[in-house]
Design a protein around this ligand. Structure first.
Ligand SMILES: O=C(O)C(=O)Cc1ccccc1
Length: 311
């Protein structure tokens, strides 16, 4: 695989592929479907791919834990872009299958909470088994291993299936967020509508430990957009936190919050600062008083003058 390739959670026909194709730069790259999020990220780590697009969060269930855990561990990687996609499922079957024939269904685990009510009403007795991705589920139906798969309607033709039912989504406006991940490098310059992702580890266990961590953001007027606890693997009760904050690491309030966290957390992993998908600069919330770059700079100048006896 050449290092200019973009890897993604495959096989062909995943929502991840659709999300990747919305990025203009994907048109000039060879796109490489991978069997799992871990395989896609490993292709980046070992230089076989320049970047990988993987699902990281959905509006129904929150963080996609396999992706969060991969990014929190192993050789460090960084997020350079995010893509938001509205998700609606089709029930794909081999031609001729009727709803009453369906005894087994499959899809990616993140699909299940998005179709649970529909299944309870329409396929109450069908057995669910997870697939590596929604397109992989379709492939398994083609092979005869399951009767039906929830996947994008666009995946049907690729796997010789037909959509028996379309527009399946328990929640209106269900969205999935995908991130383009590469090896660590300088983040793109701030756009004014940016997001910063970090993973934070708590130090010694004590009352208020999480509050202390959150305070580093709060006192500097940094809004949080995601906080998801994940087990560290060191036993019951040991968690780290994946956090998305509004702003860019080169914004003073974000940089100072990260410095504050670096002083109190045993480990901080910076996962990148990148433009927010679908948010225009004019739609970004107003800053809290006293938290603009100019006000941080003015305060630092005042401190320097005071230290010099010139205030
Ligand atoms: O991209 C896919 O098709 C996946 O399998 C991941 C996924 C799962 C559920 C909703 C959107 C994407």
């Amino acid at each position: 695989m050449s290092a200019t390739r973009y890897a993604y959670l495959g096989p062909e026909g995943t929502f991840t592929e659709v999300a990747l194709r919305t990025l203009p730069e994907a048109a000039t790259r060879e796109l490489a479907p991978m069997v799992s999020v871990a395989a896609a990220l490993d292709a980046v780590r070992n230089g076989e791919a320049a970047a990988a697009l993987v699902p990281i969060e959905n509006s129904v269930e929150g963080g996609i834990t396999a992706t969060l855990d991969e990014l929190a561990s192993g050789e460090p990687l960084m997020i350079y872009r995010e893509v938001l996609l509205s998700i609606s499922f089709a029930l794909l079957v081999r031609p001729g299958t009727k709803l009453s024939d369906i005894k087994t269904v499959t899809a990616h685990p993140a699909a299940q909470p998005q179709v649970r009510n529909w299944m309870a009403s329409n396929l109450p007795d069908a057995l669910w088994e997870s697939a590596a991705s929604n397109a992989d589920g379709a492939r398994l139906v083609q092979e005869g291993r399951f009767d039906a798969a929830f996947a994008g309607e666009f995946a049907a033709a690729k796997y010789g299936l037909e959509p028996l039912v379309t527009e399946i989504h328990d929640a209106v406006n269900a969205q999935t967020r995908f991130v383009l991940v590469g090896r660590p490098a300088r983040p793109a310059a701030p756009t004014g509508a940016d997001k910063t992702s970090v993973v934070l580890w708590l130090g010694d266990d004590h009352p208020g430990a999480l509050l202390e961590l959150l305070q580093e953001f709060a006192v500097r007027g940094v809004n949080l957009m995601l906080i998801q606890s994940r087990p560290t693997g060191a036993g019951i009760g040991n968690y780290c936190f994946a956090v998305d904050a509004e702003g860019h690491i080169s914004d003073r309030r974000v940089g100072e919050a990260l410095m504050g966290l670096k002083r109190i957390c045993p480990k901080v992993r910076f996962l990148g600062s990148y433009p927010r998908a679908g948010v225009a600069v004019e739609d970004v919330r107003a800053l809290r008083p006293g938290t603009s770059d100019a006000e941080f700079v003015a305060a630092a100048d005042w401190l320097a003058r005071s230290q010099d006896g010139r205030a």
